[in-house]
Design a protein around this ligand. Structure first.
Ligand code: TMP
Length: 202
């Protein structure tokens, strides 16, 4: 049986990444074979593209093409084979991030993103998406001082509010797949929301 494909989304500073490994550990304890991966990244080539995306200035079309090139390699080499083996795939960001960041954040044409999505991975779509939502100002406070900010983390709170609106639009378009997590809550509460969001779906 095909495995479950679970994605984690949210603006930078939402805290999603710190919940993925603990969730993977819990799932493994209950007998699941779990693959944890991320985007951009997840293969040697996609990690090289990630480095360029986070640190090299480029125009938005180039950014979109590199994101989808990285995704193509990741889906082909890692995600699709793991799902075919029946594994549970936990992926830190996927195509909803492209609609939120490049679409809503940078203003890139959404119809073109949809066309690329169909071209690159029409047959591989998340089963469940956990959207860690919180106001951009709060997320920015959480990021302060962590390490030198990359090209995305340097963006203004206004950019991240647009990205947040982009996620909201995706959640409204795919209400069965998306679960909104109140990421402003304390860590234990967020952990409980994550567990509840996956109940009966893995
Ligand atoms: P991360 O810090 O959560 O690993 O993500 C790296 C950055 O890449 C993050 O700021 C969001 C950005 N990103 C996009 O702009 N578009 C995408 O499609 C993906 C997957 C990430």
């Amino acid at each position: 049986m095909r495995g479950r494909f679970i994605t984690f989304e949210g603006i930078d500073g939402a805290g999603k990444s710190s919940h993925i490994e603990p969730l993977a550990a819990r799932l493994r304890c209950s007998g699941h074979v779990v693959l944890v991966t991320r985007e951009p990244g997840g293969t040697p080539l996609a990690e090289q593209l990630r480095d360029a995306l986070l640190h090299t200035p480029m125009d938005t079309l180039t950014e979109v093409l590199l994101v989808f090139a990285a995704r193509r390699d990741h889906v082909k080499q890692v995600i699709a084979p793991a799902l075919a083996r029946g594994e549970t795939v936990l992926c830190d960001r996927f195509t909803d991030a492209t609609f939120a960041y490049q679409g809503a954040g940078r203003g890139f044409d959404l119809a073109q993103l949809t066309a690329l999505e169909t071209w690159v991975h029409a047959d591989v779509q998340p089963d469940r998406t956990l959207w860690f939502d919180l106001p951009a100002e709060l997320a920015a406070q959480r990021l302060t001082g962590a390490r030198p900010p990359d090209r995305f983390e340097q963006q203004s709170p206004a950019f991240f509010e647009r990205v947040r609106t982009g996620y909201l639009a995706r959640a409204e378009a795919f209400p069965k797949r998306f679960v909104q997590i109140d990421a402003a809550a304390d860590r234990e509460s967020v952990g409980r929301q994550v567990a509840a969001a996956l109940e009966g779906h893995i």
